[in-house]
Design a protein around this ligand. Sequence first.
Ligand code: SF4
Length: 485
Amino acid sequence: MQPRTQEFSKLAARALGDTQVQKALLGLQTGFDQARQRAILELTPEAWDRLRDRAREIRRHTLERLDYYVGLLADNVVRNGGAVHFARDAHEAAQIVLDIARRNGVKLAVKGKSMVSEEMALNHLLAANGVEALETDLGEYIIQLAGETPFHIVAPAIHKSQEEVAELFARKLGTPEGADAEALTRIARETLRQKFLQAGMGISGVNFAIAETGTVCIVTNEGNGRMSTSLPPIHVALMGMEKVTPALEDLGVFYRLLPRAATGQRATSYFTLVSGPRRNEDEDGPEQFHLVMMDNGRSRLLADPELREALFCIRCGACLNACPVYRKVGGHAYGWVYPGPIGAVVTPAMVGLPKAVALPFASTLCGACREVCPVKINIPRMLLKLRADAVEGAPGQRKASWYEGLTFRAWGRLMRSERTLARARGVAVFLQRPFSRDGWLQKMPLPLFYRWTRGRDFPTLARRSFHELWEDELRTSSPQVPPLR
Ligand code: SF4
C-alpha cells in the first residue's frame, strides 16, 4: 500500500463530509471509550494506575536491553523447534513469508489480524505471486472484500454500517440482500471455515512475545486467531521487534491493561500462547512454526531518546478513541496503516518524516491521548518534537516557509514586550475591520492567514483588551487588589 500521508487535509475533508463515517465515530465515544472508563472504575483507578506504572517499567527495561531480549527470544523459539527470521524492512519481511509459502507449495493462506502485515502490504505481494491470503478476522474480512485499509487499530471495519456490509456481501459473495448482522456473521463463518481446513499456511500477528520461554501471545475476540495458528500445517507469526517482553509473568500486567483499554473488557474471548510447532506428544498443531521479527523504522525510534517511548505502545487504540482529531476524521484520513495520535508518531519513523509531515500537526495537543494510554506514553511531547524536526530538521525535510518564520519571529518579539504587544493589538484591531463580519473573522488574505481562516472562524479582536479592562477595574475597586504584573 502506497502511503497517502501527504493527503491528510484532503482525506480529512472527505471524512468530515461522510455522514456514515461521522455516525460511526460517534459510536466509538459512546462505545469503546465509555466501556474503558467503566472497566477502570471497576478495577479502581488506583489499581489501574499502578498497573500502568508497572507496564511502563517493563517496557523501559526491555527497550534498554532490546538486543539481549530479542536474542533470548530467538534462541528459545529455535530451542522449541521453530525458525526465526529477521527483516530490516517491510519489503524484506513480506519476501520472507512469500519464500516460506513457495518452499512449501502453499496456494492459500489464512490470516489472523496483524497490523504488521498491513505495514508489509503482505496480501498484495502474496496475491501477485499466486498465493491467496484470506483475512479471517470479521472486520478485516469485510475491509478485504471492500478493498479498503483498516479504519481503526482494533476495529478495522467500524466505519461500515450493517446495510453497507450486507450490500458488500451480496455483491461479492452472492448472499441475499438485506441480511441482518447474525446472518452476515453466519455467512462469513461458513465461508471462512472451509478455508481454514484448506489453507496450507496460517499467518498471525503477535501481541506479546515472551523471551524467557520463546512463546508468542495472541489476544483476540474471535476464534479465527486460534484456528489460523492451529489448523494449517505451517504457522507464520509476524511481529515488530518491540513486541518482545522478558518474562511470562509480564503478561499478568499487560493482559489486565490491554482488553480494558481497548474495548473495556476484563478479558478477551481468546488468549492464545504458542510455543513452537507441534511436539511428538501433541495431538494436533502446525508442523512448522516461523517467527518473523521486523524492524521497519523501529531502530530509528529506539535510537532517538525523545521518540523511543513510542515503542512502549501495546496497540490498544484507546488514544484514537480519545483524540478529538481522530474522532472527527477517522482512520483513513491518516493515509497509512497506523492512525490517530500514536500513528502520527510512528508513521513518520516508518515512511519518513517528509512524506508524513502533516501527521504531527494533526493534533490539538490536548493531552487526552496521554491521559488514556495504558502505558502513559507522552504522545503530545513527541508530536511537538516531530513538529520541531519538520520545521528545523535535516535537509530534505520540511522547513517553515519564509512568511511563517517571519510571523513567528515577530510574534516572539511582541510577546516579550507588553508595550509593543499593546501597540500591535491596536493596529490589528484597525486592520481587521475589512475582514470582520458580525464579530467574526472569515477567510483573510495572505497564505498564512488564509490557511488559518479558510476552515475556521475566529472572533474578532475586542476593541479593548482584558488588560485595559482590568486596569479600569483596579482604578474603581478596592486598593488591596494586586496590579496585573
Ligand atoms: S499509544 Fe497508548 S493508547 Fe495509543 S494505542 Fe498505544 S498503548 Fe494504546
